[in-house]
Design a protein around this ligand. Structure first.
Ligand code: MIC
Ligand code: SF4
Length: 646
């Protein structure tokens, strides 16, 4: 059984509930751990509560607060109280605001090789850096996993990324993933898992591996995974949890769907240009571009490993007078270590602005660049508008290029900084979990605190038999969830308030959409390839459904977004390029006999009466997905099933 011989297959086989591992077929797997973050988490816990389960059934579940930490009104603070009380009530650990970015803390403190992790955030695969099968999912799927239900996934193709050689000085893990993005594009990983292997792996620290698996999300892969080897054991030892370490590697008989060979020594310093993570160029081709702002941090590059390097590069230097340099460490333990070893003073003395440990500017919460400004960020996404300034130009790089830009005021090769410092890894990491509150054993009487911003989940009616839809938007390839529902402190604070957040659907991409949507009963949207790439935020499906969107036609869908559409009763219909070209905004579409067609067929006929043409759409749905669509939402489908069995 070659599929069960690579790392992915071994972990899946170990967690399989029924059926065999046949690539392309849906299977159900057991989830060991879940994580949520606050911006998606408030919905997750509301969904969990609707399932009527008394206490989570996973081995370990945790609720992080790291996104909406800016408190300019009561909304975020109220949400934090809701999350803290819900965690205590339902048996979930609670990582308080200030403790760190979910993926960084999870890697340091909780990830376990060989186990499965489902997180309501698209960068959950960060934990793949230590050999865990870690996947992002919509909140509803995470709520179900907490309730003990299996996670359903299509068995993906597994691609071996075979690493040889060693990175040269000034080149880091971020350059490896930028190299892959340049080669494969943001759609290059759709339907696949990337498994890293080869002799080059052992030269990469766990933290570097995690930078690579983190940004697999930008390639569109299900997830990415590294072996768990001696280097991983060392990581667990410095984290004081060697007992959690297990070895995991591919067997010699493993067979892959494809192999990508990378000689690490050939990789150069790379930068993703505005406004897509795959618009990658060597920094040498961009030399001289003047910069206004540099931001270092995010779940991609905020480890002690990265920030120690940043501090050493900044030692005895000053930030260029035209640059605002901002640094946000990834976890409180990282910040504390930087403070204790003097690195923090290197940063502050150089003129850096140090932020609290949180996502912050990565999701447009603070530090928006000036109008038309140019920002270099060590983040993973530079989608249009995500920084908070619609016309800003955001470049993505590793910490080496970012520091060089901060000091020189321009994009330059980091070797301009002189000698690349040799860093010694600490023998012991600071371990202080006092900002993680474990749930009490007896919690039935804990009151859930719900502030006025937390609105109840809507009830959605089942799929009708026929639909008359108006096509309100025709969009191109690679529409992001930031396009569908923007981030930023104003909109993100409304994550628990569906009526309010729905007012922001397509706010940046198509400002006239809302008015038209309010005047239309049932709506269809047309997209190109990779529709819905980016975040796991289910609000980007829930809010459109709330406004009346029932069908999305596209050439292809991003995996997470497609699952979220189905969970909220919106039908994802695949169409061919010819039809994409023919369809126009304001076209009226008619679908008949839908309940039967959705349940029994994979092809649906869509009529455009005023143009006297009809065309075929393709459903590609599993039996379970069909039934969810018929019920009108995943919550409708599962509510009674799980309560009856719990
Ligand atoms: C992101 O990086 O876009 C986010 C914010 O972390 C999202 C989750 C969200 O929208 O709350 C993600 O990546 O899933
Ligand atoms: Fe937070 Fe940014 Fe990572 Fe999303 S990508 S989890 S916003 S740091």
């Amino acid at each position: 059984m070659a599929y069960a011989d690579h790392i992915v297959g071994q972990i899946l086989a170990e967690h399989l509930i029924d059926k065999d591992l046949v690539p392309g077929k849906e299977v159900a797997i057991r989830i060991d751990q879940t994580l949520t973050q606050d911006a998606t988490g408030t919905l997750v816990y509301q969904e969990f509560m609707s399932l009527g389960i008394a206490r989570v059934k996973t081995k370990f579940s945790i609720s992080y607060v790291d996104h909406n930490t800016l408190q300019v009104g009561c909304e975020n603070a109220d949400d934090h109280l809701f999350l803290q009380s819900a965690a205590a009530r339902y048996g979930v650990n609670f990582s308080r605001p200030g403790n760190g970015i979910c993926h960084q803390v999870h890697l340091e403190r909780f990830g376990v090789p060989g186990q499965t992790l489902l997180g309501s955030d698209s960068h959950t695969p960060t934990a793949g850096g230590l050999g865990m099968l870690a996947m992002g999912a919509g909140g509803m799927d995470v709520a179900l996993a907490m309730a003990g239900a299996p996670f359903h996934m299509t068995v993906p193709k597994v691609i071996l990324v075979r690493l040889t050689g060693k990175l040269s000085s000034w080149v880091g893990a971020k350059d490896v993933i930028l190299y892959l993005l340049k080669k494969l594009s943001v759609k290059g990983g759709l339907g696949k898992i990337f498994e890293y292997g080869g002799p080059g792996v052992k030269g990469l620290k766990v933290q570097e591996r995690a930078t690579i698996t983190n940004m697999g999300a930008e390639l569109g892969v299900w997830t990415s995974v590294f072996p768990s080897d001696e280097e991983t054991r060392r990581f667990f030892a410095i984290q004081g949890r060697e007992k959690d370490w297990v070895s995991i590697s591919a067997r010699d008989s493993a067979e892959y769907d494809d192999i990508i060979e990378i000689d690490l020594s050939t990789i150069e310093s790379l930068v993703a240009c505005p406004s897509s993570p795959d618009a990658v160029k060597p920094v040498d081709e961009l030399t001289g571009i003047k910069i206004d702002q540099v931001v270092i941090g995010s779940c991609t590059n905020s480890s002690y490993h990265d920030l120690k390097l940043v501090a050493e590069l900044l030692r005895d230097k000053k930030v260029h007078p035209d640059i605002s340099l901002v640094i946000a460490p990834g976890s409180r333990n990282v910040l504390s270590m930087l403070a204790k070893d003097g690195s923090l003073s290197n940063m502050v003395d150089a003129g850096a602005r140090v932020l609290e440990v949180a996502c912050g500017p990565c999701i447009g919460i603070g530090q928006a660049p000036p109008s038309g400004g140019i920002s270099v960020r060590t983040f993973n996404r530079n989608f249009p508008g995500r920084s908070g300034t619609p016309d800003a130009q955001v470049y993505l790089s590793g910490p080496q290029v970012a520091v060089a830009a901060a000091i020189t005021g321009q994009l330059v090769h980091p070797s301009k900084l002189g000698h690349s410092p040799k860093l010694k890894e600490p023998e012991q990491f600071l371990i202080d979990d006092s900002m993680i509150i474990p749930p009490p054993p007896n919690s039935e009487n804990i009151t859930i605190r719900m502030g006025p911003n937390i609105k109840p989940l809507p009830e959605f009616e089942p799929l009708p038999d026929s639909l008359k839809l108006k096509l309100l938007l025709k969009l191109k390839d690679n529409v992001t969830t930031d396009d569908i529902l923007p981030g930023g402190s104003k909109v993100m604070a409304l994550r628990s308030n569906l009526p309010a957040i729905s007012e922001h659907v397509f706010a940046l991409k198509s400002p006239g959409f809302l008015k038209k949507a309010k005047a239309t009963d049932t709506i269809a949207i047309l997209g190109g390839e990779n529709y819905g790439q980016g975040s796991s935020r289910e609000h980007a499906s829930l809010a459109p459904r709330y406004l009346g969107v029932r069908v999305i036609l596209a050439l292809s869908f991003a995996r997470l977004y497609r699952a979220n559409l189905i969970n909220f009763g919106i039908i994802p219909v695949l169409i061919k390029e010819d039809e994409y070209n023919k369809l126009e905004v304001e076209d009226c579409l008619e679908l008949v006999d839908m309940r039967k067609v959705v349940l029994e067929s994979d092809v649906i006929t869509i009529m455009v009466p005023q143009k006297d043409f009809e065309f075929k759409g393709y459903l590609q749905l599993s039996r379970r997905e069909k039934e969810i669509l018929l019920e009108g939402s995943c919550l409708n489908f599962y509510r009674h099933k799980l309560t009856e069995n719990s």
